[in-house]
Design a protein around this ligand. Structure first.
Ligand SMILES: [Zn+2]
Length: 381
């Protein structure tokens, strides 16, 4: 399982927590069902934003900026009880793999060199656009952050695999001259390096479907001749604040760590998982307060003396699995547990139900229910 990670040029916000808690619950659920899961999440530690922040901070070294922001991000995820990735590769740690993949794509006729830049030729890959389910002409109408260097490209959808840099910017030696990687090639190089030429599940925000994930498919399938690159794509929705995209420039960032000063991390997990992975979520101040009663009930039930640690399999766990098996419907799964907790409160004494509720909540990663902690590393059974 490969999930696109962050570019650590700035603070991360509740939207990031939404994404990684969702994929954490998915990973934990797969583990609970007996699957071996190797979870890889990358760090984009060289790109336009990293360079911009470095310049803005008077030429501060990019690794310093990366390490500072990444440490805060990882600390937030640790507190949210998100299992640490099995591998956590940095783009700058995979330059040889990126160069090798780029060279392969030139060799097999899918990429071309123009004056120190290397482009992938989108039209050379018949399936380009398949993930989005649209034609090349329709793709051309979408907003594309890869529209730079239009005058050098053969086609408008062509994208950079390797790029020349401005004088003084970080660069690496390559067969095409000193430069740095394009955006999407890093994820292909890192997923192949850590998971092989085909992966089962690829996750990321739905804002990455085009062009990033479309590019990843083109790069991997053309470089290695294996199809499909990925069996299941899972794209999480965006988390907004009062219907508006969170962004630093709008000054409307909600930070998970600020919320964790008031609420327990599991309280945030309950809020985040009450939204379906693929749906956009809309956060309002007060949303967490609205969950206080629900949170207390689930916590009380799963910390009852008769709730564990023995795991009984019964109707509650079966209904829980039915919900999760139907498109990882965590909101529905939580409703199942709510209903069971209600029943237990109105007719106390059903110890089996309490054990089942506790086991299901542990599967979703709730620390109060005894879920395994973030530092347990690779949990492959
Ligand atoms: Zn990626």
């Amino acid at each position: 399982m490969y999930v696109c990670g962050v570019t650590p040029y700035d603070v991360t916000h509740l939207g990031h927590a939404f994404s990684y808690v969702q994929f954490d619950a998915l990973r934990r659920y797969l583990l609970s069902q007996g699957y071996a899961v190797k979870y890889v999440q990358n760090v984009t530690d060289i790109d336009d934003d990293m360079i911009m922040v470095s310049k803005r901070q008077g030429g501060r070294p990019i690794p310093e900026i990366r390490d500072e922001n990444d440490a805060i991000f990882r600390n937030d995820l640790d507190r949210l009880n998100v299992l640490r990735p099995s591998a956590y590769p940095f783009a700058t740690g995979h330059i040889p793999e990126i160069i090798e993949t780029t060279a392969k794509l030139i060799e097999c006729g899918h990429a071309y060199v123009v004056d120190g830049d290397v482009f992938f030729e989108a039209e050379s890959f018949a399936r380009y656009g398949r993930l989005n389910g649209v034609s090349l002409a329709e793709l051309g109408k979408l907003e594309n952050p890869e529209s730079k260097r239009a005058h050098k490209k053969r086609g408008p959808l062509d994208f950079l695999l390797w790029q020349q840099v401005d004088p003084g910017d970080p660069s690496w030696e390559s067969p095409w001259g000193p430069g740095r990687p394009g955006w999407s090639i890093e994820c292909t190089a890192m997923s192949v390096r850590h998971l092989g030429q085909q992966i089962d599940i690829h996750g990321g925000g739905h804002d990455l479907i085009y062009p990033h994930h479309e590019n990843e498919i083109a790069q991997a399938e053309c470089a290695y001749g294996v199809e499909p690159f990925c069996g299941w794509w899972l794209h999480n929705g965006m988390l907004q604040l009062d219907g508006v995209k969170m962004s630093k420039s709008l000054g409307n960032l909600v930070l998970a760590r600020n919320l964790m000063a008031t609420y327990e991390p599991d309280h945030l997990r309950l809020y985040l998982l009450s939204n379906h992975l693929r749906s956009d979520a809309n956060y309002h101040e007060g949303d967490l307060d609205a969950l206080v009663g629900r949170y207390a009930r689930l916590k009380n039930v799963s910390t009852r003396e008769d709730a564990g640690p023995g795991v009984a399999d019964g109707p509650v766990l079966r209904a829980f699995r039915d919900a999760m098996d139907a498109d990882f419907d965590a909101p529905r799964a939580l409703d199942v547990l709510d209903e069971a907790a209600h029943r237990l409160q109105s007719a106390p004494g059903h110890a089996t139900s309490a054990a089942e509720i506790r086991a299901a909540l542990a599967t979703l990663g709730f620390a109060f229910a005894g879920a395994r902690g973030p530092a347990t590393g690779d949990l492959t059974p």
